[in-house]
Design a protein around this ligand. Structure first.
Ligand code: B12
Ligand code: SF4
Ligand code: SF4
Length: 309
């Protein structure tokens, strides 16, 4: 067996042991196809006020600039599909990805363990771990590594288990065996485009970030524009609509990560509980949660916005 094949198998089996659901590997190279698409997205201001998306354009498109000497991008998926949803149908809604402990903490720890494993069992490698926050195009690498295709809602969809996955990477200077992309299985479906209440999916595969409920409720620091009134379908933190309607998500399976279990009595909270939410309860319910990003003030703003007629 080739040495790179042996190393690839070791890394993939260790990733499973650490709890990752899928692992695929790509050669670290310039993302030629994505460069004009990203440029166009930025030029049309589809990032809105997410100014961090304008930074590090070259690094975002080439992992060898981000991590000098990089040879491989190891992409990893971690399922977050929960077993239960919020009990009160009329309560303001929170995205499934934010029910439990902030995924950045959970995944960083697993990634560091994987890097440590490589250094101990394969040899000294230079590399860095990434999840979401760095200038890396997570979905594109996962797609190149054969873990799924990019759907018309712009999310990565895994053929076996749908799209309720986080994506992370290890970028290392070790040569490995590379996987190849799979085909697009969206076909003639347009369910996500038809269901988006703010028309943020402006054409198949292109999401105008500045029109997405997730942007308004999580990223936007100022007041939510008036023209969005009545369009949020009760979402107070993020939005799952274009994934909930996707037929491929009928194959979602419940996650295995205990840290993703819902905080406190989050799912039991009624509409009234949310309207009366105090800073003290916010701190208790959302300790170490991704919802901390909006702070108490931001979540209150969102709740008040969706209650307006
Ligand atoms: C910025 C950002 C957002 C913004 C903008 C969304 C967006 N689509 O870019 C906002 C705040 C709106 C957002 C929302 C959400 N996000 Co977000 N977000 C990111 C972030 C940080 C960067 C994404 C990015 O690079 N955007 C830039 C644009 C240019 O890229 P793109 O939308 O993928 O566009 C590509 C396509 O349009 C394609 N394209 C263009 N034209 C054409 C034509 C054809 C024919 C084809 C095939 C393709 C194509 O090319 C573009 C460039 O590659 C990533 C983390 C990361 N570092 O990658 C997470 C990430 C994409 N988000 C994630 C999640 C979970 C969400 C939400 C589901 C959260 C929620 N429930 O509220 C929503 C989903 C909204 C949606 N439908 O996209 C996950 C996605 C996991 C998955 N399975 O795909 C990521 C990967 C975070 C992570 N590490 O897990 N997000
Ligand atoms: S997350 Fe919601 S608002 Fe954003 S594109 Fe999907 S359906 Fe539209
Ligand atoms: S809802 Fe349909 S078009 Fe949208 S991502 Fe899923 S399969 Fe593709």
């Amino acid at each position: 067996m080739k040495q790179s094949t042996n190393y690839t198998q070791l890394i993939k089996s260790e990733s499973k042991r650490l709890g990752f659901d899928y692992c695929g590997i790509s050669k670290a190279e310039f993302l030629e196809e994505e460069a004009p698409r990203l440029e166009n997205w930025l030029n049309k201001n589809m990032h809105g006020q997410m100014s961090y998306m304008q930074n590090y354009f070259d690094k975002r498109l080439d992992p060898r600039i981000l991590v000098p000497g990089a040879k491989s991008v190891v992409s990893l998926l971690l399922n977050y599909f929960p077993s239960e949803k919020q009990k009160d149908d009329t309560a303001p809604k929170i995205s499934k990805y934010a029910y439990g402990t902030d995924y950045h903490f959970v995944i960083k720890e697993k990634l560091n363990e994987l890097l440590h494993f490589i250094n101990e069992n394969i040899g000294a490698v230079e590399g860095r771990v990434f999840v979401d926050s760095a200038p890396v195009m997570d979905k594109i690498w996962a797609k190149k590594s054969g873990l799924g295709w990019i759907g018309k809602n712009s999310n990565l969809i895994n053929k076996q288990n749908g799209s309720f996955f986080f994506i992370a990477e290890l970028i290392i200077d070790l040569e490995l065996d590379y996987d190849s992309a799979i085909k697009d299985y969206c076909g003639t479906c347009t369910k996500c485009i038809d269901a988006c209440p703010t028309d943020a999916i402006i054409e198949p595969y292109v999401v105008d970030g500045s029109k997405c409920i997730s942007y308004f409720t999580i990223e936007l620091k100022e007041a939510i524009p008036n023209e969005m009134k009545g369009k949020f379908n009760n979402w107070m933190f993020g939005c799952d609509i274009c994934q909930d309607v996707c037929p491929w998500n009928s194959f979602s399976e419940i996650h295995n990560e205990s840290l993703f279990e819902p905080k406190e009595n989050l799912l039991e909270m009624s509409k009234k509980d949310w309207i009366e939410l105090t800073e003290e309860t916010f701190k208790k319910v959302f300790k170490n949660s991704a919802v901390e990003r909006t702070k108490y003030k931001g979540l209150k703003r969102n709740i008040e916005f969706i209650l307006q007629k």
